[in-house]
Ligand binder design. Sequence first.
Ligand SMILES: Nc1ncnc2c1ncn2[C@@H]1O[C@H](COP(=O)(O)OP(=O)(O)OP(=O)(O)O)[C@@H](O)[C@H]1O
Ligand SMILES: O=P(O)(O)OC[C@H]1O[C@](O)(CO)[C@@H](O)[C@@H]1O
Ligand SMILES: [Mg+2]
Length: 525
Amino acid sequence: MAALSPPIKPAPLASTTTARADHALLSSVSYAKRIRIPRRIQVRAEAAKQASIDFSDPDWKSEYQTDFEARFRIPHITDVIPDAASYPSTFCLKMRSPISSQFVEGYPSDEAWHGYINNDDRVLLKVIRFSSPTSAGAECIDPNCSWIEQWVHRAGPREKIYFKPEEVKAAIVTCGGLCPGLNDVIRQIVITLEIYGVKQIVGIPFGYRGFSDTNLAEMPLSRKVVQNIHLSGGSLLGVSRGGPTVTDIVESMEERGINMLFVLGGNGTHAGAHAIHEECRKRGLKIAVVGVPKTIDNDILLMDKTFGFDTAVEEAQRAINSAYIEAHSAYRGVGIVKLMGRSSGFIAMQASLASGQIDVCLIPEVKFNLHGPHGVLNHLKYLLERKGSAVLCVAEGAGQDLLQKTNATDASGNIVLGDIGVHIQQEVKKFFKEMEHPADVKYIDPTYMIRACRANASDGILCTVLGQNAVHGAFGGYSGITVGICNTHYAYFPIPEVIAQAKVLDPNSRMWHRCLTSTGQPDFM
Ligand SMILES: Nc1ncnc2c1ncn2[C@@H]1O[C@H](COP(=O)(O)OP(=O)(O)OP(=O)(O)O)[C@@H](O)[C@H]1O
Ligand SMILES: O=P(O)(O)OC[C@H]1O[C@](O)(CO)[C@@H](O)[C@@H]1O
Ligand SMILES: [Mg+2]
């Protein structure tokens, strides 16, 4: 039987849908190239496309499940240090006063406490049983779309820990762009580490750069330092793109005596975290590297959502509402809002759905024409004639095929996108001017205002749980993992599985269909 591969999507039925699906696939592949995802991981994504499973083999299901279990196994320090000692956990919430001298010794572990997660506990990854590949949003493995259980590891505190708290030096680093909730996660990691009894906790300033720049000193962290940091946006530690090589980072960690590293960042940061973990394994180092996915774009695979996303959607309402008021109050007003989303249109879609004020939502996963009888501009003309104003929301990665490529990259190697918001603004103005019936166009780009916000309540809770689980994972001896919410439960994932490609919106999903129902927009092709 041929090598098994991850779930495949059934071939879409209509030709417009095919174009959309191809586009989504293309953006995933180019994304993989852009962030230098290891070839091995790219190959896995390629394998998904080729669908090489022999479904006539009666054992294909059980083999698929065995393969899935192996892929989602979370690396453990005993993989490289088989005789690594384990100890009773010092994390137990039966204590009364954390300032008592008892705390220094760890919590009494002689009493039974049923607050631990068993290593064999699992969370179900997919919860819908599709009866046919033609069901909206169906994710099928075989042509009959048969039900296959896919389980991932449940996150949480373990009864046995693999580090003595007094021997731990934990470091936290935040990389990439800003995202609401970074401070909430930093805070919770520090607080949880202290509950375990860790005394040495430091922040690495300005992302991975802080490992190599000798002018940047480690920041000592404690509950006192982080107590109120979640009340403001940004990152207490600072962020950056680019930076030192993985070898330099690991050498710096060895010099500093860091044996737990918590990495907060997006796909690029996680690719880095995975490479750091691999390098530590190669050197036989007892170091736990644990990621917490930070992507405002919500483009990490397999998770319900990533922190900062809800806040971004909520904050985008203010920009959309302003664009709506401007457009609605103007004679032939057109409001345009550009929202984040390099490869994925989740923020634009959810913000459009939430506001109820958007007439046209454009996302990277769905191609569109501006000009021509079915183009966006003609639809805006119709809207102005019909209701006097229109509001359009566009994700930053949408319509890149309409712009001239610059080939420019940022310090991390991410492609610098053309400005689709400005382009649409110019084209709308030109279109109506040439018709000799100008429109009053107002353009809003709230990107950095949204990113700099503090987390809202729902993100605050998500960050808290993710931060705690990151620490539990490290103490449990896991490394090269990241933590996420999955069907409302929290799970650990091996890093390569969540960054194999950017998570993109399925144009055949119910949610996108709901968005189209809400905006009332046609197909722009
Ligand atoms: N494949 C890789 N291997 C090692 N390090 C990487 C890799 N890709 C990116 N990095 C490093 O990770 C850090 C962050 O990467 P990047 O700027 O792409 O942000 P990100 O984590 O994807 O977050 P954002 O969602 O804000 O873009 C940078 O310091 C970069 O050098
Ligand atoms: O201007 P910067 O910091 O490079 O970040 C911009 C990018 O970061 C993101 O907000 C993702 O983190 C993208 O949506 C955006 O393209
Ligand atoms: Mg990224």
